[in-house]
Design a protein around this ligand. Sequence first.
Ligand code: GDP
Length: 327
Amino acid sequence: KEVSIPDIFDGIISKNTAALSKGITLVESSQKKHSQKAQQLIEKCLPFANNSTRIGVTGVPGVGKSTFIEALGNLLIKKGKRVAVLAVDPSSTISGGSILGDKTRMESLVRSKGAFIRPSPSGSSLGGVAQKTRESIILCEAAGYDVIIIETVGVGQSETAVHSMVDFFLLLKLAGAGDELQGIKRGIIEMADAIVINKADGDNLKRAREARNQFKKALHLYPIAESSWSPEVLTCSALKNTGIEEIWELILKYLEISSKNGYFEQNRIRQNKFWLLQTIEEELKSSFYNHPEIKKSLSDQIKAVQQHKITPFAAASYLLDQHKSLK
Ligand code: GDP
């Protein structure tokens, strides 16, 4: 059945979630005939986009991301906002399945009229998955969502990808057994606008507060970010719904400061440039690696390299020349 872009667009603009879902499915499709239509749709939506607050949420599995997003989402809905939740799940590139996409998650938020929840797209590369999510943000914004929360698991490069598509990046942590900074990647702390120690409830409350102090001390050692914002450390209980309002207030404070000093706008412009370059890279890579002829010669060349019959550089050069001649 032919998909009608004007129909989907009209649906999106009139806040019809079925149309939005259809649009995102189109964006996520890996079929060539869909990608052209998806681009048309995105272009139509673009003038209506760019008007939401984009928040990234990351943390290891089990830290409470979905519980937290549900708590924050419900709070925002109560405040009259419309909330979309998207995800970038790097595991979908490995297993084809998605840890984050589990349907039973965020049950109360799912039922909320003002909420739209979409599991991670799947894809053969993280770059591809992230690009689809980036494009879906545009559709969600055109559909009038005020806040877009993008969830990712604390694995590999996915945090960097999500950081580059959001205004505010929030790292969820648990109170550990003392040395709070152990096992946390330096680069992630540098990306975080807030570190939130979750599960600050019951017996865990004291440890969560101690963890908070340790993180605060540690953050002092980092140079002041370009945004001139110093990341804050908060505690919350996503389960008991405490500390969530404070986190939203912190985000609002960030938005105010970064809008005033121009960083907000500047950051989005820089992100757009980054995505332009990323998209080119992804396209070049996929046109190369997915070409049937290249696939065949690539495995031949790998064999030849392994048997020391050719150097890796000569093999690469041969393949790239072959790719050029194929187009
Ligand atoms: P995710 O894998 O990061 O999305 O984590 P989930 O949101 O699925 O939470 C993992 C487990 O931790 C679930 O059993 C939650 O009920 C529990 N959990 C999440 N937030 C809290 C919290 O604030 N306090 C407590 N005690 N448990 C929590």
